[in-house]
Design a binder for this molecule. Structure first.
Ligand SMILES: C[S@@+](CC[C@H](N)C(=O)[O-])C[C@H]1O[C@@H](n2cnc3c(N)ncnc32)[C@H](O)[C@@H]1O
Length: 261
């Protein structure tokens, strides 16, 4: 008797809107026997999987500890060893601030077949939803994605002088806890305090909210707005372009503009 070897498909679920899934992602999800998913994966996406698929949440929910990365790696190996098709669903793209590579390395070290399906990362999804061009021939010739996450009590170490370049659009993921640090550092390194910033909460979902602010006053504006997670920050002149387009009425208007910075 041959023992069927399982496999793992690492799937990027995009920023929330199920219509932003790729066809490959839909194909993988609909053929899943087990789904291992993060907190950022939206409910409508989980519903695409067959009823028969086992659903395992490994995301951090309020009041509950998240499952450690090593445990997730072990879980994927264990599930694949049962011969099942395991779909590992991650928000956005698995290789953008998603620790997807660590999971793949574990699978490779156990000889488990895997595939990776890219997803639309939050920067792309949120910018498009708000009409913000991340690059612009006259305003931004480069775009940089950075993480605002750092260990407790440790300073945020980033290339501040590079990020202060006014010709670069900056997208900050996981910036909630360090918003005072990153705004102060950018201004201290020469990014003007009146640089436009767009904060997008729960982008591309029906509860998306947007806060337009300026770099220097962002932390105070944000404290007043109390946007629910996840929140993405887009910094740069291109924000004003998106805002002008939105206000001109040429784009979707169903999302709420909560504050004018
Ligand atoms: C751990 S990172 C995961 C990023 C993901 N792999 C991606 O490619 O988008 C989580 C951060 O992504 C951002 N994010 C993800 N989805 C978002 C959404 N729908 N709206 C706003 N920000 C989002 C937030 O900054 C959040 O703190």
């Amino acid at each position: 008797m041959t023992v069927q070897k399982g496999r793992v498909t690492l799937v990027g679920a995009g920023p929330g809107d199920p219509e932003l899934l790729t066809m490959k992602a839909i194909k993988a999800i609909t053929s899943a026997e087990v789904l291992v998913y993060d907190r950022l994966v939206s409910k409508p996406i989980l519903e695409i999987a067959p009823d028969s698929a086992t659903r395992i949440s490994v995301g951090k929910a309020p009041g509950r500890h998240s499952v450690r990365q090593e445990e997730i790696n072990g879980l994927l190996v264990h599930l694949a060893a049962t011969g099942k098709h395991v779909v590992r669903l991650k928000g956005g793209d698995p290789f953008i601030f998603g620790r997807g590579c660590e999971e793949i390395e574990t699978l490779v070290s156990h000889g488990i077949p895997y595939a990776v399906v890219p997803g639309i990362t939050a920067a792309q999804g949120c910018a498009a939803a708000a009409g913000v061009p991340l690059t612009h021939r006259a305003l931004a010739r480069s775009v940089r994605y950075v993480t605002g996450h750092c260990r407790d009590d440790e300073p945020l170490e980033l290339d501040w002088s590079g990020l202060a370049d006014t010709g670069t659009t900056l997208v900050v993921y996981m910036g909630h806890a360090t918003v005072r640090q990153f705004t102060a550092n950018l201004v201290a390194h020469g990014r003007p305090a009146d640089t436009p910033v767009l904060c997008i909460s729960q982008g591309t979902t029906p509860s998306e909210r947007r806060l337009y602010a300026r770099l220097g006053s962002l932390p105070d504006e944000l404290a007043k707005a109390s946007l629910p997670a996840p929140v993405l920050y887009i910094v740069g002149a291109v924000v004003d372009v998106g805002r002008a387009l939105a206000e001109a009425g040429g784009r979707r208007l169903e999302t709420q503009v909560v504050s004018a910075g």
